[in-house]
Design a binder for this molecule. Sequence first.
Ligand code: NAD
Length: 268
Amino acid sequence: MTEKPLSGHVALVTGASSGIGKATALACARAGATVVVNHLASDQQADEVVREIEVAGGRAAARAGDVSVEADVQAMMQWIVEHFGTLHVLVNNAGIQRDASFVDMQLKDWQKVIDVNLTGQFLCARAAAREFKRRGIDPKVSRAAGKIVCISSVHQAIPWARHVNYAASKGGVHMLMESLAQELAPERIRVNAVAPGAIRTPINRAAWDTPAAERDLEKLIPYGRIGGTEDVARAVLWLASDASDYVTGTTLVVDGGMMLYPGFRGHG
Ligand code: NAD
């Protein structure tokens, strides 16, 4: 990749005030993009992410908006076009968990996870694709008219008891991404996904914040360590840049081998 693979780009990262979104926003800014740091209105940490980017010499702005609310997403896209002219990259990252055993799962927890994790990705991708199509290719910026990177999960493929809402939402993201990639490729809009395994962020704190929990989790990871947010951000950056120009409809799994069925080592 060139030194500043996203120079001239405007990138929107949803849920960018913490975890994978924050690391991705920082990576996109280091790569030369102007970054819109989307966050929930109730979340003040986005300003710190913007400050961190600006201190390092980059360009960024925070923008509140709930990805599951159509009016918020439309207003956010309009604001981006007014302030920065257009959009080149969308990182569909915002996501939540509301875990419960299946028989105890409340409809509101099913609905909320589908609304944020799946409908949120639909709304943001639709708004971005409309802008990419309106503008078309700007060869000074990129060979593509636009790039969408969906943050999925290994649970788009690995069933997950007590998390059926989350696993169903990520399975949905998988087919949303592939179907969109098929539909939008003729417009030179690339759509791909990154499927992280276990990454150390607030969403899964209980899975790593004691030595016993960490040891348990590492048994599922052949590579022997929990992932860092940077591991995911680097993959997103590659998919957002022209280095991956011929890649669309692909899921890049970033999981230290979690999807290799490590339980089968030494058996059979
Ligand atoms: P996180 O909790 O640190 O980040 C999620 C972000 O999304 C937060 O900033 C939160 O405020 C924001 N958010 C939540 N609802 C929102 C909404 N309606 N509108 C806008 N923003 C909203 O957790 P994370 O691990 O960084 O998660 C980021 C993405 O990575 C999620 O889609 C998650 O499913 C996915 N993921 C994480 C892991 C992991 O191990 N951490 C593994 C696989 C996939």
